[in-house]
Ligand binder design. Structure first.
Ligand code: TA6
Length: 289
């Protein structure tokens, strides 16, 4: 059974592709990918303290950020939205299997404005999200997000795939591919230009790299290498909460910063505008190299 639908209090879809010795899990809450394994090895990080009952965004895996990244300040119409928007705290609909053969298993999830009753008043636009998650026999794992404006009014949105990668030891992590790109450093509230093509982590890091026209980012995760190929996502966020922020997050272990790095592809430095009937689509493909 390449795609199993697990019902219950935390419904999820389990994907298995024997030809790649790969599996993945997607919770219907937030359409959050909560596992991606090759040869039984977990490649994503979900906190051992993550809340999985649908009362809070899942701390880990690949939460979907939409329509707002971070929080907006009044008088922005986005100011009413919770941090990182409503997609990751909404229950999505499982739309079924798109492809099911030995080369690929692909499933789709959907979320519409009519399905987010309790958040509808926060962002009253008519939209439809399709999220496609695919395991391929070449070992890759991809996520594709399609946003459609189903209303008559133009709207603007941010979006981002907030991927938490498992690492063996944060002191060995290197993020490559961001040299020469400008960033906003949220920790020190200052702008900069990345001078290193091998970013290391030895403190809290929270940077938004903007207009990154290099679409391949590599992460040395200590004992394995990960490659992100992005398509139609302009920006890249690099985040590790380090010691103090880890202690402040109830759904994150105090020591868990040592075993994760978030490298997140998105359109967050600016809003993307969609007119009536228009769609936007972005994709990331992850590979263990
Ligand atoms: O993507 C990095 C970031 O924006 C950080 O500023 C930090 O807030 C992180 O997201 C996690 O946010 P969350 O709302 O999931 O606690």
């Amino acid at each position: 059974m390449p795609a199993r639908n697990i019902e219950g209090s935390s419904p999820k879809i389990i994907l298995e592709l024997p030809s790649a010795r790969a599996s993945a899990e997607v919770s219907l809450y937030g359409a959050t990918v909560t596992s991606w394994k090759i040869d039984g090895r977990e490649l994503l990080m979900v906190s051992k303290n993550a809340i999985l009952d649908g009362s809070k965004a899942i701390r880990g895996g690949i939460p979907i950020v939409f329509p707002q990244f971070g929080v907006a300040q009044a008088p922005s119409p986005m100011a009413a939205l919770p941090q990182h928007g409503i997609a990751r705290i909404s229950t999505w609909e499982y739309l079924g299997i798109l492809t099911d053969n030995e080369k690929e298993i692909s499933v789709r999830f959907g979320l519409k404005d009519t399905q987010i009753a309790k958040h509808r008043n926060l962002w009253p636009n008519s939209f439809r999200l399709h999220y496609t998650v695919t395991l391929s026999s070449d070992g890759s794992f991809s996520q594709r997000l399609n946003v459609k404006n189903e209303g008559s009014d133009t709207f603007e949105f941010n979006t981002l795939l907030h991927t938490y990668f498992e690492v063996s030891d944060i002191s060995k992590v290197k993020v490559r591919g961001l040299k020469n790109f400008s960033f906003f450093d949220k920790v020190h509230a200052q702008r900069g230009i990345e001078k290193s093509d091998s970013i290391t982590i030895a403190e809290e890091v929270d940077r938004v790299y903007e207009k990154v026209d290099n679409n391949t980012i590599e992460i040395d995760c200590g004992d394995h290498l990960m490659r992100i190929e992005k398509n139609n996502f302009k920006d890249v966020v690099v985040w590790n909460p380090w010691v103090d922020k880890s202690k402040q997050m109830a759904d994150f272990g105090d020591e868990e910063y040592k075993h994760m790095i978030c490298v997140e592809v998105g359109n967050v430095a600016a809003y993307h505008k969609l007119r009536e009937g228009e769609s936007w689509e972005g994709r990331q493909t992850l590979r263990l190299i």
